[in-house]
Design a protein. Structure first.
Length: 134
């Protein structure tokens, strides 16, 4: 059986960098399916490694979009910045009080926020400082 052609890494990086709007476009998914079908098992494994590396610092339940809250990390489904929750916690608010104050939040959201704070300490410190200076 003839071996599928090698797809250049830059092609896959372009596919992986599509915006969410593009991701819902069925033509893009058809292109992804076509490209996947042309890859060998080894090439698929390489692609999987690239995707895993790209998502290595991903945090479930946390997103950062330039058009939302100035690009600050926020809780998905909300526009609540993680730094706001961390600042409230530092000022003595309990998790129960945060959940009452923000009805759209779930306990899982707070757990995700605290994990994000632990791994992005400098970013959160900077955002809190910028807010206090404003």
């Amino acid at each position: 059986m003839p071996r599928a052609p090698t797809i250049p890494a830059r092609s896959w990086r372009a596919v992986l960098s599509w915006s969410r709007k593009d991701a819902v476009d069925s033509e893009h998914w058809k292109q992804v399916e076509r490209l996947l079908g042309e890859l060998s098992r080894g090439e698929k494994a390489q692609l999987l490694q690239w995707v895993a590396r790209d998502l290595g610092d991903a945090h479930p339940g946390i997103e950062s979009e330039p058009s939302i809250c100035g690009g600050s990390a926020t809780i998905v489904r909300t526009r609540i910045p993680v730094w706001v929750l961390e600042q409230a916690r530092r000022l003595g608010m309990s998790e129960a009080e945060l959940l009452r104050s923000y009805p759209s939040l779930r306990a899982e959201d707070l757990a995700n926020a605290w994990a994000y704070v632990r791994s992005h300490r400098d970013e959160i410190e900077r955002e809190i400082a910028e807010n206090e200076a404003a």
